[in-house]
Design a protein around this ligand. Structure first.
Ligand SMILES: Cc1cc2nc3c(=O)[nH]c(=O)nc-3n(C[C@H](O)[C@H](O)[C@H](O)COP(=O)(O)O)c2cc1C
Length: 198
């Protein structure tokens, strides 16, 4: 498979960047080709604007959006790596999702999240988070993210199967962080092929 990794972190020495690298190393070890979209290093503009509104569903979408859509078009699997910020996406990732996965290109209805205009692609979210797993589960944050992202967003984009892997305790001990990096490698190594659920 061709595996596209979307990284959102301005610091190349960050834990998130190491997670993306480990995931790609695992994917390569499994025989996949890999491609990295380092949104901050590339200076992607996440700000949704009138240009996006005027050209939605249009062949002549803004050039930076077309560039991202072409990357997606050649991918069989997509992995997003971004740190959990206030129980959601950092603004760069949010803007990338808002601007790139457009109405008329990714989806054209809001009744059935499993019906995308895009072909099926494997989807993985690898999300470093400072919180502990019991905090995220007991307080309902994990269920909220599963609903918003796995049920309510990434099906419309054709990501199937899709998986949310929260890397809990990412600000913890060196041992903890090493275990999370090993997990990221394993996720890359064991990527499932794309498959429609319906
Ligand atoms: C602005 C901001 C908001 C954050 N919000 C959350 C949060 O809601 N939940 C959480 O578990 N961690 C939160 N964190 C912690 C980060 O997810 C965590 O530190 C992560 O490891 C940062 O990525 P990095 O280690 O690659 O820099 C937040 C950190 C920052 C800077």
């Amino acid at each position: 498979m061709h595996v596209l990794t979307i990284l959102d972190h301005p610091n190349p020495a960050s834990f998130s960047a190491a997670v993306a690298q480990q995931f790609m190393d695992g994917a390569k070890a499994a025989g996949h080709s890999v491609e990295l979209a380092d949104l901050n290093a590339e200076g992607f503009n996440p700000l949704w604007s009138m240009a996006d509104i005027e050209r939605e569903g249009d062949e002549a979408a803004p050039a930076d959006v077309v560039n991202e859509q072409e990357r997606i078009a050649r991918a069989d699997a997509i992995c997003l790596v971004f740190p959990l910020f206030w129980w959601g996406m950092p603004s760069m990732t949010k803007g990338w999702v808002d601007r790139v996965w457009t109405w008329g290109w990714a989806y054209d209805q809001l009744d059935d999240p499993e019906q995308s205009l895009q072909r099926s692609r494997t989807g993985v979210l690898l999300i470093p988070a400072g919180a502990r797993s019991d905090e995220m589960e007991n307080d309902g944050y994990l269920a909220a993210l599963e609903t918003a992202w796995i049920k309510g967003t990434f099906g419309y984009f054709g990501l199937s199967p899709r998986k949310l892997e929260v890397l809990y305790g990412s600000t913890g001990s060196l041992k903890r962080r090493q275990a999370l990096l090993e997990k990221s490698y394993q996720v890359g190594l064991t990527l499932a092929p794309p498959q429609r659920t319906k």
